[in-house]
Design a protein around this ligand. Structure first.
Ligand code: ATP
Length: 445
């Protein structure tokens, strides 16, 4: 059943233009995906909501847009070059390749294959080490390469610009730097659609605090980020949970970490991690770059390296959770109705406008006029390429909250039929009031 739900979601995403396979016409690339016309809109809406909430509305957080390609010393300092590795184990029986940390451990050396159940003795079948960083050559010549890396997280661009931001914005602690952007990881175990990609997008904040205040802000961010998914993104509370990491899951410098998890069709999995990272990152960059990362507190006269709280969210995983959460099947008059009950704030279009009969020029003209009157004020779409039943089905599947139909009577009574996506209730509304009617209802949600 869960697998069936996942394959229905994948099929809807492809059919309706949310997600396509990357380089598909050439056979595709594993774990690389493209966002189609509707996917691109929803993805942008997710990023806009986050940016608006944390950068535009707040005085204590500033934005940044740093480069994807970074100097290799950045990753010497961050520890990625040495430690950003996955241990992979190939099952000798069924050949499935999996991450060691995701397998059931039977005893000190034995792990169970999740596919065929075979007990793999790692003293005999050795796990192999893979660095997840994507390397590139930024020199003009192949014979004298200058190696650089595609960032595996947006965070490092924030740390490397810490001094620049302080010097230009004069921010005082506590303050944050926020960034949305692409990150790259050579993930060797893919699957589960867009959950684990080689190229993906993150929304990260590094929130710098005085050491003694770090714990307080850590709890504040964990709660705030959990509520964000419910209040701003519209995800159902019962499908979200917080999971605190146990001590043995934490890197030595991480003081605490909590994941926000979503109940995907394949089980509870991470949407975001919120970590209290102490002063590790700034200290490491200060040691490797030999630059001064100290913060001067002019009230106490003390100099110290700030602590940092890092809420690190995935745009693609949020997108995936939004679609899974909204996907609904209902039986209407003995037939299955597929409807994406997405929050209107995220819906690609707020309203779709159709003529009931496309061979009646007066209806087409009136429907187009209503569409052109609305489209600059609210995301709208006009469609007359199918019969009305099919047009409704299309809009239900892409989550359009309202459909407006112009029929023959509209020409005389100057009213149209407005249909609500979720209740399917239809109401006659005066043409001159349609926009107001929609706006009022969309504001209510
Ligand atoms: P996982 O354990 O699932 O690999 P992670 O703990 O390594 O994830 P982080 O390094 O904490 O992930 O990255 C922060 C966020 O970035 C994740 O919560 C996730 O939303 C997103 N993310 C990380 N890796 C990927 C990926 N390969 N594809 C899509 N999103 C990702």
């Amino acid at each position: 059943m869960p697998e069936e739900k996942l394959s229905k979601i994948v099929s809807l995403c492809r059919r309706r233009g949310f997600i396509f396979g990357g380089s598909e016409i050439y056979g595709g690339l594993s774990s690389i995906w493209d966002y189609g016309p509707l996917g691109a809109i929803v993805k942008k809406r997710i990023k806009d909501i986050w940016w608006n909430e944390y950068v535009e509305k707040r005085e204590d957080i500033v934005g940044l847009d740093s480069a994807i390609i970074m100097h290799q010393d950045v990753f010497v300092a961050s520890g990625h070059l040495e430690g950003f590795v996955d241990f992979l184990l190939d099952c000798p029986q069924c050949k499935k390749r999996e991450r060691l940390d995701k397998l059931e451990k039977i005893d000190k050396v034995t792990y169970r294959c999740s596919n065929c159940g075979f007990c793999i003795d790692t003293s005999k079948y050795r796990p192999r080490k893979f660095n997840l960083m994507l390397k590139t050559n930024i020199s003009a010549t192949e014979d004298q390469p200058q190696i650089a890396y595609l960032r595996p997280e947006t965070a490092q661009g924030i740390f490397t610009n810490f001094i620049n931001v302080i010097n230009t914005t004069h921010k005082k602690l506590p303050f944050g730097i926020a960034q949305i952007g692409k990150a790259f990881r050579n993930e060797v175990t893919g699957g589960n659609f867009i959950f684990r990609m080689k190229e993906f997008e993150q929304m990260e904040i590094e929130y710098f605090t005085k050491p003694e205040e770090a714990e307080k802000f850590y709890h504040w961010w964990v709660e705030g980020r959990y509520n964000f998914y419910i209040d701003k993104v519209g995800i159902k509370k019962e499908n979200l949970r917080l999971r605190q990491h146990s001590k043995d899951e934490l890197a030595h410098y991480v003081r605490a970490c909590t994941d926000v998890e979503y109940n995907f069709p394949f089980g509870w999995s991470e949407l975001e991690g919120i970590a209290d990272r102490g002063d590790y990152d700034l200290t490491r960059h200060s040691q490797v770059s030999k630059k001064d990362f100290y913060y001067y507190d002019d009230q106490t006269g003390k100099k110290f390296i700030p602590y940092v709280i890092e809420p690190s969210a995935g745009v693609d995983r949020t997108f995936f959770a939004v679609i899974c959460d909204a996907y609904t099947e209902e039986i209407v008059k003995g037939r299955v109705r597929v409807v994406l009950k997405i929050h209107p704030r995220l819906a690609p279009y707020k309203v779709a406008i159709f003529p009931l009969l496309k061979n009646k020029p007066q209806l087409v003209e009136l429907a187009k006029k209503i569409f052109y009157d609305i489209k600059d004020k609210m995301a709208a779409v006009y469609d007359d390429t199918a019969a009305i039943g099919k047009l409704y089905r299309r809009q239900d599947e892409i989550g359009t909250p309202f459909c407006v139909t112009v029929d023959v009577e509209s020409l005389s009574d100057r009213k149209v039929t407005v249909r609500d996506r979720d209740s399917m209730v239809q109401q006659r509304v005066e043409i001159d009031r349609v926009y107001e009617y929609l706006r009022e209802r969309l504001e209510l949600t």
